[in-house]
Design a protein around this ligand. Sequence first.
Ligand SMILES: C[S@@+](CC[C@H](N)C(=O)[O-])C[C@H]1O[C@@H](n2cnc3c(N)ncnc32)[C@H](O)[C@@H]1O
Length: 229
Amino acid sequence: MPVYYSQEERAPKVEELFTKIARRYDLINDVQSFGMHRVWKRRLLELAEIRSGDRVLDLATGTGDLIRMGRGRVPASGWVGVDFTYAMLRSATKGSPLVQGDILKLPICDESFSAATMAYGLRNLADRSRALAEIRRVLKPGGRFVFLEFAKPRLKWMRRLYFIWLRAVQPFLGWLFFRDSETYRYIWRSLSEYPEVDAVCRELEAAGFRSVEAHRLFAGMMSIHVAVT
Ligand SMILES: C[S@@+](CC[C@H](N)C(=O)[O-])C[C@H]1O[C@@H](n2cnc3c(N)ncnc32)[C@H](O)[C@@H]1O
């Protein structure tokens, strides 16, 4: 299976990839980040400033771990998860409504959520500007959009090391869990194509978001962006 795709092929191929790995997705996430993804997600939730009574939309929710953590943090918040891969949603924790749908065409009314969150979703999308317009549409005025994504360290030597690590470890994990080393090559390929942290800020501003902030985590290997409608 090819591991990086043109814009037209991206959605079906990404869905195919996540259908394949859904059953073991959470385990692989823990293994490849040494459990650190939970720390970064906690930081995302802090920055989302969710309050009791808020309605929060978790985009690219996958197996819904952000929803689980968000509900634990603010029990009186109401969460809805959206993802287009049925197999990922099927593995998700029950307790919040889950919608099978495409972020590029959200089946959600205008201005209906106080906040939107997303972890490791934006890099996978075929059309980021369309996605950002959709996310802005469904947020109430003053609503916060907060997302976590892989990023490229600023220091050249560290960036090189990071990519060597990703290129070596990802195929190994693919082979270990699926006997298919191609499957997990997707991360570093998609990260090479993903814009720099500052360029993502400009994309958010171009989409009409304001008060855009970027937080670099873990020596710049991860980033969290915050943007307000
Ligand atoms: C890397 S997983 C992230 C899952 C979860 N948020 C996490 O942090 O573990 C990316 C998810 O995005 C979903 N996805 C990718 N493109 C999408 C789109 N256009 N619309 C809805 N979901 C999409 C995939 O199905 C997959 O479940």
